[in-house]
Design a protein around this ligand. Sequence first.
Ligand SMILES: Cc1cc2nc3c(=O)[nH]c(=O)nc-3n(C[C@H](O)[C@H](O)[C@H](O)COP(=O)(O)O)c2cc1C
Length: 387
Amino acid sequence: MSAAGVMARADVAALFTPFRLGGLTVPNRIVMSPMTRQFSPGRVPGADVAAYYARRAAAGVGLIVTEGVAIDHAAAVDFPEVPQLHGDAAQAGWRKVVDQVHGAGGLIVPQLWHQGPMRDPASSTEPEIVGIRPSGVWGRIGGSVSLDPAYVERMLPDTRPASDGEIADIIESYARAARAAIELGFDGIAIHAAHGYLIDSFLWHETNRRDDIWGGDASRRTAFAVAVVRTIRDAIGPQRPILFRFSQFKMQDYLARLADTPDALAALLCPVAEAGVDLFDASQRYFDQPAFADSSLNLAGWAKRLTGVASMTVGGIGMGTPRDSLGVERPMEADDNLDAVLARLEAAEFDLIAVGRALLNDPGWISRLRDGHPFLPFDRANLKRLT
Ligand SMILES: Cc1cc2nc3c(=O)[nH]c(=O)nc-3n(C[C@H](O)[C@H](O)[C@H](O)COP(=O)(O)O)c2cc1C
């Protein structure tokens, strides 16, 4: 269907019904996906960042998940202009972001981020700090990546495994970040446990080769994620929702898989669900790819079916936007997934959809979808601007 075809499309009503998420009512089913922006000099989000998020809220985004935000740990994030959640200046900045989003009628949760094995000391302002890896291995298994080859070369050598003390400190940092976020007025917490970063590196058998309480079989590989979810739940109380993003694919290897079968996925997700998750955010590169053979269910569909917890799908949904966010395996061409999204949502395969690049391209994208107006042409340069 063309952009003009969307105008003729009758019923997007299913996307505009409220959804109960923990103690929150999200006004519609469309969530802004977390997207790193690097517009926070000194790790402090400024007035431009607040206005950027508030524009999306004003245009009707149901729930905003912020860009990945560094937790209070020395090896959390290398990029110097990624914001943090600790310290007076950053917290004052976030308070303005939250107030402006609320003022525009939106809801917002921060995505708590620790890069783990992916942190590049060489691109950090503190190159002496080594990245945290469960077993010292980086985890590349030779599949497809779009990373800079020089970065991959720097990351490949083994480092030392994380110590028990470091692991305990990082869990404590998640608790501090979550507590601070709620005090600042955020509506819940999103946990980045996908794409090969720290929490995912404990879940993934390639990067977690430990044989202690933090590694071993699938159940022990969930121990770190479970500890993080529990400590956040303790810190924020029962009402505020916890979103948990996970993925099969890794930045180290798009073809990597966390779980080869539904049973293997259940072994990883069920303990995490029981620890207190309200929503599984199942990150796929293409939302309409089946997660396993013999079923059309996508990863969010399986997460919901296996755990009984609500789920959100993402990946190449944004109508009017190139399908592939990385431009690697598919040609960059505009796509329109409205019919497929609606059919799956109406079948309750998942509960929410997350949209990334379409909302960078056009803050008003959701109102065009709702009102049946043509989408703006996609301009790749908008991925690097605070439009
Ligand atoms: C510029 C950019 C930055 C991103 N940063 C993050 C991030 O910080 N955390 C995260 O979980 N995903 C991140 N992603 C992935 C998006 O959240 C989303 O899953 C992906 O873009 C697919 O959705 P889309 O096809 O609607 O863009 C990023 C994507 C883009 C394009």
